[in-house]
Design a protein around this ligand. Structure first.
Ligand SMILES: Cc1cc2nc3c(=O)[nH]c(=O)nc-3n(C[C@H](O)[C@H](O)[C@H](O)COP(=O)(O)OP(=O)(O)OC[C@H]3O[C@@H](n4cnc5c(N)ncnc54)[C@H](O)[C@@H]3O)c2cc1C
Length: 488
């Protein structure tokens, strides 16, 4: 499908230009090239090796929900594919331009439009980046507590559409837990308003329908998110474990203990060496637990005598599970200081600098499963990735009483870029099969995009995919929203 070049002899893009304020539609090569891909490792590789990647026909910069409605109405009339775009930090090709498509770039919709101090809620335009949102909230002593590693290069709309989870998810939840309300524009230009409420039984939750929809159903234009008092600082606990099984056992107990840890992370031996080697880490798996302190954190509760020593409770829970050795809390402080460093390293390796040379791909696979499946998930997915990679490390990054996500970082080193691509695709294919065999989900918080859409049928079954297709057909009958993404 491509856009109608002309309608009754008039250039289709000119019609759109006439309906929007001056400067809202860009077609210059730099703007088109800059929106051709997102941060998917394979697309970055293809770009640096000089492949001709499809560029969109135009990039549109709406400034309001009304302008997004104008764009989508036009796109429906002209049958033009639409690729919604936040900040392009997605790692699965979800915001990659389709040939002839129009990219709807939300970067001009970046205003925090209201803070409700009574409810502790913030109303925001969907193109607002995470660091900007937190900067504004800091002025009110509040935080959303949604801290993805990509916080400075991702948007609220992207978090919703890609089903994001932040590094403090144990305390603040993932994006669906803080999403109170949203506004979205449907492909025919209709505006869906889900009013901000703490919970609703008015039918299936339409807010949740858009969580993880990856731009295939609608463009999210505004959202209301729940906030909490902003912690003044963090206190840390760290432990060492002899092996991965002991680590998983200890953290399962820790996450079930209501001790107030907002960050809970567990590193396998290889990831611990990589992450804490500069501290002189002597070997073994590592867990860190972070407790928000100050107003709203454990200190405040302590003053009220509610929970006298939350950290002791967490430590006891871990000790109950088996062999764990306390480590210096400096492990936690070190992680917090460097928690987003990997973002710059990723683009150093996969961008034009090619820090590790050609033929190298670094990527991450974030699967999840019940605690009973975690050992098989760890062994199976790790072995599948390791069969094609030079290095594989893993940490448990988002934990729940019933299960956990497992976040694998792997580095493929091929004879050249073509060989690396082949190995990369095989690694993903086999990792997906291993995940399926262990009963897990192939994606915990990065979404499916183009990378994982082919694995969806194995996970959801034909019936599940059929439901998604039915929804898509009902909401987007012309199929203009982000074709080739999410749905196989
Ligand atoms: C170094 C690095 C670290 C990362 N760390 C994390 C992490 O800790 N946690 C995490 O969850 N993710 C992480 N990510 C992945 C990425 O940041 C998230 O998926 C993020 O939610 C994407 O937001 P974005 O604004 O960049 O969206 P984009 O990449 O622009 O888009 C992502 C998808 O959402 C759709 N979309 C975007 N905006 C809208 C909208 N307004 N309406 C409808 N659809 C829309 C796009 O079409 C696309 O399918 C990381 C990525 C990188 C590169």
């Amino acid at each position: 499908m491509g856009p109608a070049a002309t309608i009754r002899g008039v250039d289709a893009l000119d019609i759109l230009r006439n309906r929007l304020p001056p400067g809202a539609v860009a077609t210059d090569a730099d703007t088109l090239g800059g929106r051709a891909i997102d941060s998917w490792a394979l697309a970055l590789l293809r770009r640096v090796r000089g492949d001709q990647l499809p560029v969109p026909a135009a990039v549109v910069f709406p400034a309001s929900t009304g302008e997004v409605a104008t764009v989508l109405t036009w796109a429906s009339q002209t049958r033009t594919p639409v690729v919604p775009r936040g900040a392009g930090s997605g790692v699965c090709g979800g915001a990659q331009a389709a040939p002839g498509a129009v990219v709807v770039d939300l970067s001009r919709m970046d205003r925090v439009t209201g803070v409700d101090l009574v409810s502790q809620a913030v109303h925001v335009q969907a193109g607002t980046r995470g660091d900007r949102l937190e900067e504004v909230l800091a002025g009110h002593g509040l935080t959303v507590g949604h801290y993805p590693q990509s916080i400075a290069m991702s948007t609220v709309g992207g978090w919703i559409a890609a089903s994001s989870a932040g590094q403090a998810s144990a305390g603040y939840g993932a994006i669906e837990d803080v999403l109170l309300g949203l506004t979205a524009v449907l492909p025919d230009g209709g505006v869906l308003r889900c009013r901000p409420v703490p919970r609703s039984a008015a039918g299936p939750d339409l807010r949740r329908l858009l969580v993880g929809s990856e731009g295939t159903l609608a463009v999210v234009t505004e959202a209301t998110l729940a906030c909490r008092p902003r912690p003044a600082g963090w206190q840390w606990l760290a432990f060492s474990f002899p092996d991965f099984a002991a680590l998983a056992d200890g953290l399962r107990e820790a996450v079930r203990e209501p001790a107030g840890a907002a960050v809970i992370r567990g590193y396998d031996e290889a990831d611990a060496a990589l992450s804490f080697g500069s501290l002189g880490h002597a070997g073994g798996c590592v867990a860190i637990l972070g407790f928000p302190s100050g107003p709203g954190g454990p200190d405040a509760a302590d003053a009220l005598g509610v929970l006298p020593d939350r950290q002791r409770l967490a430590a006891r829970a871990i000790a109950r599970a088996g062999p764990a050795r306390p480590l210096d809390p400096a492990y936690g402080e070190h992680w917090w200081r460097h928690r987003n460093d990997a973002a710059a390293a990723y683009f150093q390796i996969m961008g034009p600098a090619r820090a590790f040379g050609p033929g190298v791909i670094v990527d991450t696979a974030e699967v999840a499963g019940l605690w009973s499946a975690v050992p098989d998930l760890y062994a199976g997915v790790r072995a599948a990735l390791a069969a094609h990679s030079r290095a594989v490390v893993c940490h448990l990054s988002h934990l729940y009483p019933s299960g956990s996500s497992l976040y694998f970082t792997f580095m493929i080193s091929g004879a050249d870029d073509g060989d690396a691509e082949e190995r990369y695709l095989m690694a993903w294919e086999q990792a997906a099969r291993a995940c399926e065999a262990a009963g897990g989900t192939i994606t915990h918080h990065h979404g499916a995009g183009r990378l994982k859409s082919g694995f969806l049928a194995a996970e959801l079954g034909g019936t599940g995919v059929g439901v998604l297709r039915g929804l898509k057909a009902a909401v987007d009958p012309a199929g203009i929203m982000n074709p080739h993404v999410l749905l196989p």
